[in-house]
Design a binder for this molecule. Structure first.
Ligand code: MN
Length: 503
C-alpha cells in the first residue's frame, strides 16, 4: 500500500570536535553524543531512526560523512552538534557538498551548571555555547539552509521540534522519489492550477507526467468481478450505505461501477509506481462516473490527489501524507467553497464536488449517490461526512512564474451550527485565523488558490521546515498576521526570492 513506514528512514547525528582536545575528552564527546542520539532515537514522537556517527575532527572526516549521507538512500537528514569547539573552516567542504536536509541542534550535554564543581576540564568539554556559534557562523556565511533547534535534548519541546523537522525531511525524501500521473489536462481556462512542471521538478524533485484517460479506462475494464465483490464488502463494513446502494437497491450497479473504477485506478497507480494523480471532469472519455469514492479511498490510503488537473496540489498532498504518517488526525484535498458571512465570526465551508479524504471525518461516512450536475456523466458514488472539529491548517502551492510559493492558514474546524441534510458532499466548516477578513484579504493578496491541502495531523512548524528544506517561500496567515505586515512581507519576499535565484 501507499502508507509509509518512516522507521525505514534514518537521521544521522554527527558531533563535531577538534583533535586538540585529546583522546580523553574526545572519548567523552563520543559517549555523550551516543547517549543523546539514543535518547532521540527512542523518543516516540520522532518517527525515524536516529543513528549516531563517529565524532568528526577534521575537514576530511566532515567532507566524507556529508558525502556518505548524500549517498545513503535511507538517510533523510543530518543533525549536527558541537559539544566542543569545532573550527568551522573544517566544515566548508562538507557543508558545500551536503544536499540532505540539515538540522543544527544547539544543546548541551548537561542541563545544569555545576557551580560547586566546575573547573577547566568541565569548561573544555561543555562548550556548545561557543562551539555552536562557530558552526552557526559558517553555515550562515555559506548560506546553508537549516533548522536550528535550541534546548536541552531531554526536553519534550526540543524533541517535538526535531520530530517536526524529521517529518519534513521524510516529505523531502518522498518528493525526490515521487512520480505523479495526470489523467487529462487542466480544467479549461483555469489559471491557478497551471504551472511549470520542469521548474517544479527542478525545485522539488517530483516528476509529473500524463496518460491518456483511455489507458485508465483499459485498466478499469480489466477489473474482475471478484475484485469488485471484495471492495463492495469493504464499503459495507466501513460506511453506512444509503438504501439505493444496498444489495437489491436501485443504484447497486452504480456502486459496483464505482468499485470497478477504484480497483482499476489503484491497479494503474501501483503498476506505474505513481504516488499522486489528477483527473478532471472535462476529460472522462470512456469513464462512466467521475471517480468519487475511489479518489476518496485512495487519498485515505496515502495517495496525493488534485482535481481539475491540479497536479501541484496532488504533489503537496502526497508529500504531506507522508509527513503525517502515524499522527492522529487526517489530511485531505480541499477547496474553499462557500461562506457563512452571517455567522459571528464568519465561517468558511470547505468541500469539493466529491473528493474529500475520509481521514478527516468526524464519524463513519455515509456512502451516497447523487447527480453531479456538471460533466454530463452518470451519477457518481461518494462518501459524505463532516470533518472532525479542532485546530487544523490549510496549505496551498502556487506557481509565481519563476518559482513556487507556499501559503498556509491556521484554522479552527467547528461543528456545523445546523445540519446540512441536502449537501451531498463531505465538508469542513472553519474559522480562519486571525479572523475571517484578515485571513481572506491576506490569502487573496498572496494570490492564494481555491484548492488546498487540509491537515489536522501536521502543524505549521512541519510545513515551515519543509519549505526551508525545499527553499520555497512560505507565507503564514496565523494569529499574528496583520495586513500591513503581510503586504510588506509580500513585497520583500518578491525581491528576495527573485534575487536568490540569481541570473
Ligand atoms: Mn476544484
Amino acid at each position: 500500500m501507499m502508507g509509509k513506514d518512516l522507521e525505514q528512514y534514518e537521521i544521522w547525528f554527527v558531533p563535531g570536535s577538534h583533535a586538540l582536545y585529546g583522546d580523553v575528552a574526545l572519548g567523552h564527546v563520543d559517549e555523550h553524543a551516543r547517549e543523546i542520539a539514543a535518547a532521540l532515537d527512542g523518543a516516540p514522537e520522532i518517527p525515524v531512526r536516529v543513528v549516531v556517527k563517529p565524532v568528526v575532527i577534521s575537514a576530511d572526516a566532515i567532507r566524507k560523512v556529508c558525502a556518505e549521507a548524500d549517498g545513503t538512500d535511507s538517510c533523510v537528514g543530518v543533525i549536527v552538534w558541537m559539544h566542543t569547539f569545532s573550527p568551522a573552516k573544517n566544515w566548508i567542504a562538507g557543508l558545500g557538498a551536503l544536499r540532505k536536509p540539515l538540522l543544527h541542534l544547539h544543546t548541551q550535554y548537561r542541563a545544569e551548571l555545576p557551580y560547586g564543581d566546575i573547573d577547566m576540564d568541565y569548561m573544555n568539554l561543555h562548550q556548545s555555547a561557543h562551539g555552536d556559534r562557530e558552526f552557526g557562523f559558517i553555515a550562515t556565511r555559506m548560506g546553508v539552509a537549516r533548522k536550528i533547534v535550541v534546548g536541552h535534548w531531554s526536553e519534550p519541546v526540543t524533541r517535538a521540534r526535531i520530530a517536526a523537522w524529521s517529518r519534513a525531511a521524510c516529505g523531502w525524501h518522498e518528493a525526490q522519489n515521487l512520480s505523479t500521473v495526470r489523467f487529462g489536462d487542466n480544467m479549461r481556462n483555469v489559471a491557478v492550477t497551471e504551472g511549470n512542471k520542469v521548474g517544479t521538478q527542478m525545485q522539488l524533485g517530483v516528476a509529473v507526467n500524463t496518460h491518456g484517460v483511455g489507458d485508465l479506462v483499459d485498466s478499469i475494464a480489466a477489473v474482475s468481478d471478484a475484485a469488485i465483490d471484495e471492495l463492495i464488502a469493504d464499503y459495507e463494513a466501513s460506511y453506512t450505505l444509503v438504501p439505493a446502494l444496498q444489495s437489491g437497491g436501485a443504484s447497486r450497479d452504480a456502486l459496483r461501477e464505482a468499485a470497478r473504477i477504484e480497483a482499476g485506478l489503484r491497479s494503474f497507480l501501483e503498476t506505474g509506481g505513481y504516488g499522486a494523480f489528477t483527473d478532471t471532469f472535462e476529460d472522462l472519455h470512456g469513464l462512466r462516473q467521475l471517480p468519487g469514492i475511489a479518489t476518496q479511498r485512495l487519498m485515505a490510503e496515502g495517495y496525493g490527489f488534485g482535481a481539475e488537473g491540479d497536479w501541484k496540489t496532488a504533489v503537496l498532498l502526497r508529500i504531506m501524507k507522508v509527513m503525517a504518517t502515524g499522527l492522529t488526525g487526517g489530511t485531505s484535498f480541499m477547496e474553499d467553497y462557500t461562506y457563512d458571512l452571517a455567522a459571528k465570526p464568519p465561517l468558511i465551508l470547505g468541500a469539493h464536488m466529491l473528493e474529500v479524504c475520509p481521514s478527516i471525518a468526524s464519524a463513519k461516512p455515509s456512502c451516497e449517490i447523487h447527480p453531479l450536475g456538471i460533466g454530463g456523466k452518470e451519477d457518481p458514488v461518494r462518501l459524505v461526512f463532516d470533518a472532525a472539529t479542532g485546530p487544523a491548517i490549510v496549505v496551498a502551492v502556487l506557481d509565481m512564474g519563476e518559482r513556487l510559493r507556499f501559503l498556509l492558514n491556521e484554522i479552527d474546524v467547528v461543528a456545523p451550527p445546523r445540519p446540512l441534510p441536502k449537501l451531498p458532499v463531505a465538508r469542513a466548516l472553519w474559522q480562519p485565523k486571525p479572523d475571517f477578513a484578515t485571513a481572506c484579504e491576506a490569502w487573496l493578496a498572496a494570490g492564494g488558490p481555491h484548492h488546498t491541502v487540509f491537515t489536522s495531523a501536521l502543524d505549521t512548524e512541519a510545513i515551515v521546515d519543509f519549505a526551508t528544506i525545499a527553499g520555497v517561500e512560505l507565507l503564514r496567515i496565523d494569529e499574528r498576521t496583520t495586513i500591513r505586515d503581510f503586504r510588506n512581507e509580500l513585497n520583500w519576499n518578491q525581491a528576495y526570492y527573485r534575487l536568490a535565484q540569481g541570473f
